[in-house]
Structure formats: structure tokens, C-alpha cells
Design a protein around this ligand. Sequence first.
Ligand code: 5GP
Length: 195
Amino acid sequence: MKALKHKIIQEGNVLSESVLKVDSFLNHQIDPVLMQQIGEEFASRFENAGITKILTLESSGIAPSMMTGLRLGVPAVFARKRKSLTLIDDLYSAKVHSFTKNETNEISISKDYITSDDTVLVIDDFLANGEAAKGLIDIVYQAGANLAGVGIVIEKGFQSGGDSMRNEGIRVESLVIIESLENGKVTFREEKTTI
Ligand code: 5GP
């Protein structure tokens, strides 16, 4: 996705050989115009998949999920990372180890919002080792729902999550795939372009 690559080139900050910081448009400040384009792109890729719900993880997955939900005309549900006083219903939960925070959270959603009638698109901001996406997929299966696939804004192709899910036959659609962050540079997979 051209606009997203352009934004990464202009504003992305390579923190290490494995971490890219994109706080100016995705993880802290949010660029609504870019989010709308991201929503359009996910929606067009999954248009014919019969999606009834989008499932993501708070907080950075919410913006792209909402824009996709708006375009597909379906609700977006976000799993919570911490138990909330108001989240008292029956819950689906899964354990997720955070790549960036190096801590394990139990993520949960109320059983009210995903049911066996749903066809779910899982969306997240980044894909590294696939822990977050696999936790969300676990919740989809616990609910007896159908998994349409996984939509990722930025996949780091040098980490194992994407390959491992694709090998399991899961449809993974990433808007950009980063091949490497070596030497402080972002190299995208497709064109092998370096910035
Ligand atoms: P995974 O669960 O696939 O190992 O990691 C994905 C999760 O970790 C995403 O939800 C995202 O919040 C965070 N993450 C992983 N790698 C990066 C990165 O390079 N930059 C940022 N900003 N977040 C990342």
C-alpha cells in the first residue's frame, strides 16, 4: 500500500533491528486520513468474505478496525488487555505475550460480542511473532465463530508470525511487509527498496 509505505519512509523511526516506531500516525497520534485509506484497503481485500465482525486488540488495533468496520458496515470489537470493572460478563480469554513490552497479558472479550453466527476478520497494527493475532484467533475459535482471515497494517516479515499462520492455512493480508530493519533502515519486501 503506497500511502502507508510513504508514511513509514517519512515518519518511521527504526529503534533497533527488530522494532519500528510509528507513533506519529498509528501508535500514539493517529492520522485519520491514512486510517481511512487503510480501512478501504482491508475492506476491499475482504469484501467477499462474508465478514460480520472485526476483532482487534486495544489500543492500536482500534483505529484501523473501526475504519474497516465502517466501510464493511460491521461492528469492531476490541479485546481488553486488563480486566475491567465493567467487563463482568462471561468472557472468552487468551494469554498473549507482548513483543514490545515483554509481559504476558490475559486478553478478554465479553461472550456477548462474538458468537458462533459470526464470520470474523482479525485486525492488528503490527505482526511480529504472531502472539497477539494467535490470541485473537483463539478467541474466535472459542466462540465457535468462523475465521475469515487476519489483516495486518505492518508485518515484519523477518519474524515468524506471518509464515507460521500462512503455513496453518490462515489467510493473512498485510498492507506492507518489512523485510529488514538492519542498519537503521527500513527495507520493504516487495521491491526490496531501502530508505
Ligand atoms: P506479535 O504478537 O505478533 O509478536 O507482536 C505484535 C504486537 O506487538 C502488536 O500488537 C504491536 O502492538 C506490537 N509490536 C510488535 N512489533 C512492533 C514494532 O516493531 N513496533 C511497534 N510499534 N509495535 C510492535
